[in-house]
Each structure stands twice: as C-alpha cells, then as structure tokens.
Design a binder for this molecule. Structure first.
Ligand code: NAD
Length: 492
C-alpha cells in the first residue's frame, strides 16, 4: 500500500531546487538545471540548479565570511543550535522520510527505521560531545610551559555520493560544524533533495547564514570545490576512482583530506552458526538499500560443511523478498538509483557470467503495475573463480559472490586477497575464534555475528583502496576538524 505524500513533502519534491549560498537559495548564473528522477517510476520529480566554479567561488566566499563569528561562538552555543536543528528535523521527520525515499528509491520502512532517526541522533551526539571538548592539553616538560591548543580549520569542503545522501551528509558535516568550521557541500547531482531540505531546516532553526552552503553540480563542480584555494580541509565519499583524483588535487595543494571509498566486504561463516539467523542477516545485507551499500557483505565465504544448507535458507529468503516502489510500506527492496546505474549493475553481472561465473540464484524483478519504467532488479548469488570480476570488483547492486572454505587460514586469505579495506564480518558461536579471525581481516571494520553495525561512539573507518584520513561517528571525528597548534614558552 503506497504511503500518501504529505503536503510539505509533495511540494518540496516538485519544486525546482536551487543552491544554498550565504543563507540564500539561488539559481546558477548560467541558468543550468538538471532533472531529478523518481527511481520507482522513472518519472521526473523536479529539477535542480547545476553549479560550476562560479557558484563554488561564491559559496567558499560566503563560508569564509561566516567563519570568524562561527568559530568564536562558544561550543555550548554551537551545541544549542545543533540541538535546535535536530528538533527541526524531528518535526519534519515524516517529510524527510518521504523525500529521501522518493529521491533515492529507498524502501520507506528502512528510511523511517534507520536513515532519518539515525541522522538526527548524529546532531545530538556531536552537540553533546563538543560541550565537553578539551581544547587545551598541557605538556608536562622541564623548563617549558607548553600546551596543545585546538582550533577549527576554516572552510571545509565535502563531496558526497548518492546512496545515503542524508546520513552521509550528517555523519560528515555535523562534526565539522560542531568544531566551529564552516562548510561547502557538493551533494550528488542524482539525489540532492534531502541535503537541500536539511540545509533549509537548519537555517530556519537558527544556523547562521554562510555556515552551511550547498552547491549542486556534477564532477566539474566537485573538482572546482576540491581545487579551491579557500578550502582548508577536504572530505570525499564516493568511488575509489574519483577518490584518487581528489587525493591528487589535495596532495598538490597540501590540503588535509578524508577519503571514504568503496568496498567489497566479506562475510566469513563458520559451521557452528545459528543457520536461520545468519541466512536472514546475509540475505538482508544484499537487499538493504538494494545492495547500494559500500560496506555490505557482497562476498559470502562459507564453511564447506554448511555451504549448501545455508545457501538454501538464504535463497528462500531472497526469493520471498518483496521488490517494489519506495513508498509502498510492504516493499523490502526498492529500485536501483538510476537508469544508468541499472545498466551498470546488469552489465557487471553479464561480464561476470561471460568470465565463467555460475549463477546459483537470480530473481527477475517483476515490475508492479504502474511502475514499469522504474529501475528494478532482482537479487542474485554467483559463484566460481575468486578472480571473476563479480568477486573482485564492487557491483553496488543486490548481488553476492559465494566461495567455500575449509579452515581459518584459507578463509582469511580469501578475504584479504582484494585491495579494499572497508568492512568484513565473522560468524561463529566460538567467540574466541571469531575475535581471532576478525583481527586478521584487513579492513577498518570487522564485525562479529552481524554485518553493517553502526552506533555513535563506534568508529567507522577504512584502509587501503577503501579510504584514509580518519572515519566517522566517533570522538576522533570531532578532533579531525580541529587542527592542533603547539603553544610554548621557555622558562629558563
Ligand atoms: P562517484 O565517485 O562517482 O561520485 C561521488 C561524488 O563525486 C558525486 O557527488 C560526484 O558528482 C562527484 N564527482 C564525480 N567526478 C568527480 C570529479 N572528477 N571531481 C570531483 N567530484 C567528482 O561515486 P557514486 O557513484 O556517487 O557513489 C558510489 C560510490 O561511493 C561507491 O564506490 C561506494 O562504495 C562509495 N561510497 C562509500 C562510502 C563510505 O563510507 N566508504 C559511503 C557511500 C558510498
């Protein structure tokens, strides 16, 4: 049953959207716009202004102008404003749920249960954390009076992908704001709506003009932002390919950078697990957000003793997964984000099959009546050579590659043979073994008897091809946005 669009959400998703620069919502000087599509229907929702270096220059100037006052605002007052922003998002949570679900094609029950409340909690977490921040740490040294003092960097730049636009925005931008920086954000041109709605609500809740600026645009606008000499710290979330380009730019300009990139997460399942729970959680790992999740379990590495029976259970669950439009409350898996991405995922799977991958299971999405032009795809499980392209590279769709193992060493080698390093999981009722294996898997995150574990206070970070420069969701992330400065006076 389709949720009825609330009046506010209906109006918002059908209104042409503009950049937010210095607290004003403005069009591009060039007049350039791009259509925003509803992935569930393939229909145009609205249009969005497409910016270029001109809008980036204006946004950085606005952020520079607002930096002195915002950085001098006492942390407790910044915390009050962040709580007011959280209150505003809370009041509009049902609108945010609908806007994000429509724009990205996310199953509404997931957006409601996870994305929107978790993002609001991020504002409250960093608001509370910053009030107790120790800004000066003394150094106990002979004959020198010294301290490390922490100050915000200035204007920070952020570039985001399209798969979790609302949560990624808050996870990354809120600590920077709490620390006293001002920001310029370039959301994905495919899913800009929740970013613009959050920015609008943040201003209404009292965030001063120019502290949070948004320029929508494509890769050229992102590049202009990363290259801008006014940017003092950069953060990029997206593909390793573009991440490397941003790394080159920041390296040339010596701008500190955080990269949160793609992954090819593995789940190592031993033969002593609870089969029903494990099968359900693994099936959910590939259908959650239609598999468009950087850290999810897309390689299932199963002990040979339980391989067949676990797959049987997982296939039964995948087979009964309800695929449908985002706003249908019975939908468990929505469409992919765009027609282009649908082609990319389908081609990737075809390439894998052409390289010899064997299909264990493949569901063909039956498009619901009235939604024939939506970008739906069924879940699939492949197997074969671990060098197959579907086992080697991120597909970013509802598909997993299945491999068998006999002992711990073999499982660890299978996981660690790829250059990614985002997240893996180990499944076993022997917690000593699970912990031992978890330590050996090369990644920023090793989860036990679960995949995709998120909480504030639990650092989420990456290594190798999956990223560098810190992570999100922890106190470290707040410190990332405060540069240390040594202040020292010889006493003798
Ligand atoms: P993408 O790299 O194509 O695009 C990401 C952003 O970069 C977009 O805003 C895009 O407009 C911009 N961009 C593109 N070319 C650019 C250029 N040359 N210079 C500057 N900016 C440019 O990624 P995507 O397709 O939007 O997102 C999917 C990728 O994001 C996947 O690899 C996924 O794993 C990754 N991701 C990682 C995390 C994480 O936390 N590690 C979270 C979500 C998504």
């Amino acid at each position: 049953m389709l949720a009825t669009l609330r009046e506010f959400a209906h109006q918002f998703v059908h209104t042409p959207q503009l950049h937010c620069i210095g607290g004003n919502f403005v069009p591009s000087r060039s007049g350039a716009v791009q259509e925003v599509f509803d992935p569930s229907t393939g229909a145009v929702l609205t249009s969005v202004a497409m910016g270029s270096d001109h809008e980036v220059n204006l946004a950085v100037a606005a952020a520079q102008a607002s930096f002195p006052a915002w950085s001098r605002t006492p942390p407790v007052e910044r915390a009050v404003i962040l709580h007011r922003v959280a209150d505003a998002l809370e009041r509009h949570k049902d609108d945010l749920v609908q806007v994000e679900s429509l724009d990205v094609g996310k199953a509404i029950t997931a957006t409601e249960g996870f994305d929107i409340p978790f993002g609001i909690a991020c504002l409250r977490y960093f608001a509370d954390l910053v009030q107790n921040l120790v800004i000066d740490v003394p150094h106990a040294l002979p004959n020198i009076e010294a301290r490390t003092h922490r100050i915000p960097y200035g204007v920070c730049g952020f570039i985001f992908p399209w798969n979790f636009p609302y949560d990624l925005l808050l996870w990354n931008v809120v600590p920077a704001l709490a620390a006293g920086n001002t920001v310029v954000i370039k959301p994905s041109e495919l899913t800009p709506l929740s970013t613009l709605l959050v920015t609008r609500l943040a201003h209404e809740a009292g965030l001063p003009d120019g502290v949070m600026n948004v320029v929508v645009g494509d890769g050229a606008a992102g590049q202009a932002l990363a290259m801008h000499p006014g940017i003092k710290r950069m953060s990029f979330t997206g593909s390793p390919k573009v991440g490397k380009l941003i790394g080159e730019i920041c390296g040339r300009n010596l701008v500190p950078l955080k990269l949160e990139l793609g992954g090819k997460g593995a789940a190592v399942v031993f033969d002593d697990v609870d089969m029903d729970t494990t099968a359900a959680k693994l099936a959910n790992a590939i259908t959650f957000n239609t598999g468009q999740v950087c850290c999810t379990a897309t390689r299932w590495i199963l002990h040979e003793e339980i391989h067949d029976s676990l797959l049987q259970k997982a296939i039964a669950i995948l087979n009964s997964t309800r695929i449908g439009p985002a706003l249908d409350r019975e939908t468990q898996m929505g469409p992919l984000v765009s027609e282009t991405h649908h082609k990319r995922v389908s081609n990737h799977l075809e390439l894998g099959k052409a390289e010899g991958a064997e299909v264990i299971f493949e569901a063909h999405a039956v498009k619901p009546d009235g939604f024939e032009r939506g970008y739906y795809i069924g879940p699939s499980l492949l197997t074969g050579d671990p060098d197959n392209i579907c086992c080697r590279e991120e597909i970013f769709g509802p598909s997993a590659y299945v491999l068998k193992f006999r002992d711990e060493d073999e499982a660890v080698k299978l996981v660690n043979r790829l250059p990614y390093g985002l997240a893996n999981s180990v499944w076993s009722s022997d917690l000593d073994r699970a912990g031992r294996v978890a330590e050996q898997l090369i990644a920023g995150n090793s989860w036990v008897n679960a995949h995709n574990v998120f909480a504030y206070g639990l650092p989420y970070r990456a290594v190798n091809l999956s990223g560098m420069g810190g992570g999100v969701n922890s106190p470290d992330c707040l410190l990332d946005y405060l540069r240390p400065q040594t202040i020292a006076r010889p006493l003798a």
